[in-house]
Design a protein. Structure first.
Ligand code: NAD
Ligand code: TYD
Length: 329
């Protein structure tokens, strides 16, 4: 199989490229190399690389030439950046998805859309996990743009009969995650003795999914999933403050670094999804957050300063000041 992986230089996409390449599949990557894209993530991985924008039909036509399937990871992905400026999110997550779908439609190939559990919006503490038919109630410009991408996928299936499907993954963690997201931000700040900015009361709950389990799930859906189907990919649900305490334990950092800061506007309290449908299709997650998963991840960041130190300079510092300077005082 020859597969186009868009966003293949990012956190989850690069792990998926590594996974397919190790199986001997031919992988083509199309990536715009935004601030989150990093060629180093693909070092030593057999693939063909095109730098370009998924919203550019010419770039897509060139990279997708002769592929059997498209797996779309390319997206603007950070909720806080979407609150600072939503426009880029619409262009990539909605328009870019539509451009890829057009290619899949005209060439009769499969399009797998990598989406998120955030499209369901937050749910009450006592609510049952969302199944795939739950209504979409996105809260942030990020999740609204991902919902727009999902709706395009479903519209292409229904209107044109395009062979497309969707996975909706939970909060993903592991090596090579850009240190703007909660886990790599807190782990690397803890190593550096920097403050740990907890939004609001820290009682929000997320499901944590190891990046390898997430990639395994996407592969199962790509190979065995049905056209027009949606598959949730859940993880282990934990309260943010419990995760912070575990990070302090594992890094040996002082609890004095923790600061409760002004909350994120519109902050979702809880995500939880039911992954029975994907398990029935053959997905078996192998990592546990508490026994091994988080610890290995902390160790990876401890041992790979050469990966994250260059990232946490330059533009990152400007972003960090904009997002946290007033909050941290
Ligand atoms: P990331 O931010 O680490 O990487 C995104 C990649 O997409 C980068 O390499 C970037 O350069 C590329 N990109 C951005 N805009 C592009 C464009 N217009 N054209 C081509 N390439 C472009 O993201 P990630 O965390 O690896 O997430 C990958 C996908 O998984 C996203 O679609 C995201 O919505 C979804 N997802 C992420 C999580 C999570 O916890 N990280 C959870 C569920 C779903
Ligand atoms: P994040 O990694 O941004 O993912 P999500 O898309 O789920 O918002 O954040 C995960 C959780 O951590 C979320 O409840 C927000 C919280 N958080 C903080 O408390 N402080 C921070 O600096 C960040 C980035 C996130």
């Amino acid at each position: 199989m020859r597969v186009l992986v868009t966003g293949g230089a990012g956190f989850i996409g690069s792990q998926f490229v590594r996974r397919l390449a190790l199986q001997g599949e031919r992988v083509v990557v199309l990536d715009k190399l935004t601030y989150a894209g990093n060629r180093a993530n693909l070092e030593g991985v057999d693939h063909e690389f095109f730098e370009g924008d998924i919203a550019d039909p010419a770039a897509v036509a060139q990279a997708a030439d002769g592929v059997d399937a498209i797996v779309n990871f390319a997206a603007e992905t950070h909720v806080d950046r979407s609150i600072m400026g939503p426009a880029e999110f619409i262009l990539t997550d909605v328009l870019g998805t539509q451009v890829l779908l057009d290619h899949a439609r005209h060439h009769g190939i499969r399009h797998l859309q990598v989406s998120t559990d955030e499209v369901y919006g937050d749910i009450d503490l006592d609510a049952a996990p969302c199944t795939e038919d739950a209504p979409l109630r996105p809260s942030s410009p990020y999740s609204a743009s991902k919902s727009g991408g999902d709706q395009q996928v479903l519209a292409y299936v229904r209107t044109y009969g395009t062979d497309a499907l969707i996975t909706r993954g939970a909060n993903t963690y592991g090596p090579r995650q850009y240190p703007e997201k909660f886990l790599p931000l807190f782990i690397t700040n803890a190593f550096d003795g920097e403050r740990l900015p907890v939004y609001g009361d820290g009682r929000q709950r997320r499901e944590w999914l190891h990046v390898e389990d997430h990639c395994a799930a996407i592969e199962v859906a790509l190979r065995n999933g049905g056209t027009g189907e949606v598959y949730n990919v859940g993880g282990q649900e934990r309260e943010n403050m419990d995760v912070v305490r575990r990070i302090l334990d594992l890094t040996g950092a002082s609890p004095d670094l923790v600061r409760h800061v002004a909350d994120r506007p519109g902050h979702d309290r809880r995500y939880s999804v039911d992954s029975t449908k994907l398990r029935d299709l053959g997905w078996t997650p192998g990592r546990s957050f508490d026994t091994g998963g988080l610890e290995e991840t902390v160790e990876w960041y401890r041992e790979h300063r050469e990966w994250w130190e260059p990232i946490k300079s330059g533009d990152y510092k400007r972003y960090y000041a904009q997002q946290y300077a007033a909050r941290l005082g």
